[in-house]
Design a protein around this ligand. Sequence first.
Ligand SMILES: CCCCCCCCCCCCCCCCC/C=C/C(=O)SCCNC(=O)CCNC(=O)[C@H](O)C(C)(C)COP(=O)(O)OP(=O)(O)OC[C@H]1O[C@@H](n2cnc3c(N)ncnc32)[C@H](O)[C@@H]1OP(=O)(O)O
Ligand SMILES: Cc1cc2nc3c(=O)[nH]c(=O)nc-3n(C[C@H](O)[C@H](O)[C@H](O)COP(=O)(O)OP(=O)(O)OC[C@H]3O[C@@H](n4cnc5c(N)ncnc54)[C@H](O)[C@@H]3O)c2cc1C
Length: 593
Amino acid sequence: MEHAPKAIDVTNDVEMRTFNFFTMGIDGHPLGLHLDMAIPTILNNADEEQQKDWLPKAANREFIATYAQTEMGHGTNLKKLETTATYDPKTQEFVLNSPTITSTKWWPGNLGKSSNYAVVMAQLYTQGKCHGAHPFFVQLRDLNTHKPLKGITVGDIGPKFGMNTVDNGFLQFDHVRTPRRSMFMKHAKVLPDGRYVPPVHDKLNYSAMVFIRAAIVSGMAYHLLVTSTIAVRYSAIRRQGEITPGAGEVKVLDYQTQQHRIFPQLARGLAFRLSGQYIMKLYTQTMDDIRNGDISAVPDLHALSCGLKAVTTHHAALGLEQCRMACGGHGYSQASGFPLHYSVAVGACTYEGENMVMLLQTARHLMKIAKAIRAGQSPKSNKIVDYLFHKGPPKCLIDQAYDTNYRNVLESFEHLARRQTLEVYDKLVQLQQQGRNYEQAWNDCAVELCKATRAHVRTFLARTFVEEIDKISDLSIKSVLQDLLQLYLYYEVTECATGLLEDGFMTGQQHKYAKKKIYEALEKIRPNAVSIVDSFDFQDRELHSVLGRRDGNVYENLLKWAQSSPLNKTDVLPFHHKYLGKMMEEARQRSKI
Ligand SMILES: CCCCCCCCCCCCCCCCC/C=C/C(=O)SCCNC(=O)CCNC(=O)[C@H](O)C(C)(C)COP(=O)(O)OP(=O)(O)OC[C@H]1O[C@@H](n2cnc3c(N)ncnc32)[C@H](O)[C@@H]1OP(=O)(O)O
Ligand SMILES: Cc1cc2nc3c(=O)[nH]c(=O)nc-3n(C[C@H](O)[C@H](O)[C@H](O)COP(=O)(O)OP(=O)(O)OC[C@H]3O[C@@H](n4cnc5c(N)ncnc54)[C@H](O)[C@@H]3O)c2cc1C
């Protein structure tokens, strides 16, 4: 039939994701971990033969798998995971075991009820030696009855802060046997006789986490762009108060405070989107390199993905809350759509590596660079970190008339990142010279180390934003995006002003100049704000928001939404006369006596 709807191609990742998103919503669905973590693990950690066997079945959804790594007792410190996989050469099997309560796998998404397979991270023992955590592909449930297999206890961990459409689960193994080839063997291997073959890089087993950290950056852009769309649209129909007495009530979007609350979230959303694309490309390139035996980019990818993940999730959480508050009372209603987006987005501050832990991972990388700088070494043609080696201008130049492509603003961010990185490095060295060991000194510097990472990530986000806008050839689009870029850059300058003022690099006058540029950008963005968010082309079913409706008919639909609440199915609730009615009636009787 000519107009018959095209079937969804379940093997097409983008098509499948979009379909899931629209039909099952943004707070997760039974295939989430299968698509986002189990399949990437198969792609990057299974050897050729394993991939041939598992990948087509996974893509075809012949099974649903999850990623079971975190345990009740340990999520961050993977070295201390307690689940064991002990190789038995006699039967050529691994024996999976959960020796303690705290070794119970806890949190994996879709583990509770949906999945029948899992990527299980377990401490690998062979020939009496532990080789650290390795991934295994393990069947959990019977393919016909869906009952847990012998020795496996599995269930749901109960309601959470949000994402309650996901069955996060728990899992215990009681000496469960699984074939030798269920160990992912692309990198490390256990030979039939039990000999262990180590990987070329011992963190290649963690590639699924790196993938999600990279994907999260675009995910946070999505949340910010959606919620700023809701806030802009609602603020353009909500009228309250007057700016000029007697001139009539204005749209709340005309208040400078409202613009200052919402537009920076829009600008950050765009910045995250552009850096999200960058890091995904870097991820794909690095995985290709690994396939060709080149692991040189692994530390760079790890450092950038950890830092971006931590900064973008934190800023998204703060930004979403600003959008909510910008919508006043109605923003607190579920009709706004904010509770759903907020509870989903804030989860990302914790999952896939707790944010402080991630900032400190990037800081490890920065400290190596600082060491090289202090040793007088030259940069290694690494676009992301080379600026740290260069001496920038001694004073901030942001108020100079000619700032081609915001070079002066970028140099300010670079200055702060460089200073913060080198200062904390020097402090680390000094503390060790005073007798602290490295780990103690590290802990004493941890807050400053996190600041170094934030400054470095800010520099990266800003540079990427500037470079990407520079590439646009359509001048009308470019000029609108340049307004958002201006807002983004000067807003970030004020956000890190303490650091820039602290060493006298920036003057108070220059700080005032940055604020002036923010107010100027807000004014330029205001007339285009609704068109900008409309251009994202979000469908109403994606926004889940009465306030953010594209047609702007908020009030009549808010009333309809409230009237459709289950509480309003009847005028009088069935139990009214039994409890509250009875209580009031008795009180009235008593007062008559
Ligand atoms: C329509 C369009 C819509 C678009 C929307 C798009 C939406 C997309 C959004 C995607 C969201 C998807 C949602 C999915 C749901 C999420 C489900 C969540 C899953 C999970 O949470 S899984 C579990 C995650 N767990 C963690 O992240 C654990 C955190 N801990 C660690 O990663 C590590 O233990 C560690 C990094 C903290 C430390 O590791 P370890 O102890 O093993 O090592 P050391 O500290 O000794 O370090 C040794 C050196 O190794 C380096 N290292 C560590 N990790 C890596 C790595 N991954 N790669 C490379 N190198 C690594 C260290 O940096 C050390 O290096 P050094 O040289 O010695 O300094
Ligand atoms: C919604 C959601 C979905 C999840 N999905 C999955 C999943 O599918 N699969 C899976 O395996 N796991 C999953 N997890 C688990 C998640 O990955 C972990 O909770 C996360 O990595 C944090 O680890 P933790 O819980 O051990 O936190 P902890 O490490 O206990 O963190 C507690 C505090 O200690 C601090 N801290 C810990 N270590 C350090 C350190 N070295 N230095 C400084 N501070 C430190 C942290 O910063 C934090 O403030 C999920 C979690 C959530 C919330």
